[in-house]
Ligand binder design. Structure first.
Ligand code: ADP
Ligand code: ASP
Ligand code: MG
Length: 405
């Protein structure tokens, strides 16, 4: 049985017209005698509306109930689309996360997939030509509904493709592929024909929301090629695959930005062994991702520690720090939400020096102040004032001539 897995994002299923386009696509695939699994997101805007609704009823909602609520967005999409497909004479059914089941851990609102019952899916595919699966949702061992974090339908799709051993997972979205930077922010952005898993991991982790980072982790681990392409036109998109020689020759392949950032500083922390563990372990235990960390040289036995965290996690992070103050011994917590990250990414950086210096010079020429810096083998990230994001992205895109790719 040749199985194709396709995912359609929120804008692709936004209304009846859009769903009709998805139906044309599905037809074309079924006409090739393939069995098809289609993973759908909530219609665009729905997840945000449900999150806002929860806040009206509970200022700090119970995370398990929040997942029960927000997962309904995807349930609506799959039910509506399956109805349309049935009317069109297709043998199909909708499948919710718990019906597969897609089993996750119990880290509500950011759960990780632990297993997928592929045998049950294969059995369903014997009976149906098309399975319409709700993205973004899973079920924990206790039978409670979980969700996989914002953008999680990408991960549902790639995980299903891996479980069913599909060669490719097609991610249909509102842009024609992965670009050198967000095409909605920078009109000079150029579409990439291919990008390595590692570069895409960095792009996604640094804010390029075209793919959720965990979907790329799954794709790399199980060697699933991911084809990112548009629902609204037929041109080939971008293949996210293993690195090849031609990719190494390219110094910089993309610029990513992330406005969903907050900066936290703990002042006068005692400089002794174990202090970083005392600060960061309780935050990590809550599943929150600390990113850039800077510790200043100590003076009189105390130092300042600064780190960044997703903006949505700031309140909980401050609560955790306050609850654990006795073990940490800081004097004051300072925080700032008017910050953003901009990153330069490229596997070619492994073998070439000077990229960081060139980036810093370009930002300085544009009068942009850098607050923090972090690097990996294939990435340079700077933290700056949020108001400079657009200018920084344009400046770096020009500096590395990405419009000539
Ligand atoms: P979907 O609803 O289909 O999952 P998303 O909104 O999650 O779509 O992701 C697609 C969006 O990602 C694009 O509209 C674009 O603004 C944004 N984006 C950010 N960086 C990039 C990039 N490097 N290439 C393509 N799109 C990007
Ligand atoms: N509906 C969810 C979100 O908006 C999941 C997704 O679209 O991938 O984040
Ligand atoms: Mg998305």
């Amino acid at each position: 049985m040749n199985i194709v897995v396709q995912k359609f994002g929120g804008t692709s299923v936004a209304n009846l017209d859009c769903m009709q386009k998805v139906l044309v696509n599905v037809r074309r695939e079924l006409d090739k005698s393939n069995k098809l699994v289609v993973v759908l997101s909530a219609q665009s805007g729905v997840t945000n509306r449900l999150l806002a609704l929860s806040k009206q009823y509970s200022p700090n909602p119970d995370q398990a109930e929040l997942d029960s609520l927000v997962s309904t967005g995807e349930q609506v999409s799959v039910a509506l689309f399956s109805m349309m497909c049935k009317d069109a004479g297709i043998k199909t059914r909708s499948v919710l996360g718990f019906q597969v089941p897609i089993v996750s851990n119990s880290n509500f609102t950011r759960a990780r997939i632990e297993s997928i019952d592929e045998k049950k899916m294969l059995a369903m595919l014997e009976e149906y030509d098309l399975l319409v699966v709700a993205g973004f949702q899973g079920v924990d061992e206790g039978g409670r509904i979980t969700t996989l974090g914002r953008g999680g339908s990408d991960t549902s799709a790639v995980a299903i493709a891996a479980a069913l051993k599909a060669e490719v997972c097609e991610i249909y979205t509102d842009v024609t592929g992965v670009f050198t930077t967000d095409p909605n922010l920078c009109s000079k952005a150029v579409k990439l024909d291919k990008i390595s898993y590692d570069e895409m991991l960095e792009m996604a982790s640094q804010g390029a929301k075209v793919l959720q980072i965990r979907s790329v982790e799954f794709a790399k681990k199980y060697n699933v090629a991911v084809h990112v392409r548009s629902t609204f036109c037929d041109e080939p998109g971008t293949m996210v695959t293993q690195e090849d020689k031609s990719m190494e020759n390219i110094l910089v392949s993309g610029i990513a930005y992330d406005k969903d950032q907050a900066r936290v500083t703990l002042t006068d922390v005692e400089d002794r062994p174990g202090i970083s563990a005392a600060i960061f372990s309780p935050i990590a235990e809550q599943g929150m991702l600390v990113d850039m960390i800077v510790q200043n040289p100590s003076k009189d036995g105390v130092t300042d520690i600064t780190f960044t965290i997703p903006r949505a996690d700031l309140k909980r992070t401050v609560q955790i720090l306050e609850q654990n103050k006795a073990n940490m011994g800081w004097k004051e917590i300072l925080h700032d939400i008017n910050v953003a990250k901009v990153s330069v990414i490229g596997v070619g950086m492994r073998n070439h020096s000077g990229v960081a210096a060139k980036a810093f010079q370009a930002l300085s020429d544009a009068n942009i102040n850098i607050m923090m810096i972090s690097t990996s083998e294939i990435k340079i990230t700077v933290l700056l004032e949020e108001k400079f994001v657009e200018l920084a992205v344009h400046t770096l895109h020009d500096t590395f001539h990405l419009d000539k790719r």
